[in-house]
Design a protein. Sequence first.
Length: 131
Amino acid sequence: MRVILNIIWLVLCGFWMAIGYAAAGLVCFLLIVTIPFGIACFRIAGYVLWPFGYTVVRRPGAGVGAAIGNVLWLLLFGWWLALGHLVTGVLLCLTIIGIPLGLASFKLIPISLLPLGAQIVPADDPYAQRL
């Protein structure tokens, strides 16, 4: 079932969202100082391509740098990315077939708000179950 949902997701919105995150990552890499944000953009782009079967967990070793970076990310990018995922999720939930896709869009909101200090792991991974 995950494969079917991932394929539908990829065709309807995942491909375009991944292109957007990858483009933002390239811009962040060009600005040198924002390379950690670029890395986060590329991680999110991979997650946005294939969200079903994966989950986000917080890394316990994330330090003060990740917290400061998350505050900057939230102020500069995170709030409008989360708003975009929220609007997309609501629109997808208007149809019966789109409800699982809308829920996946809602699942992307936490990582779009605070990407630093987070790790994307398979949902079946024991590491995801411990946290």
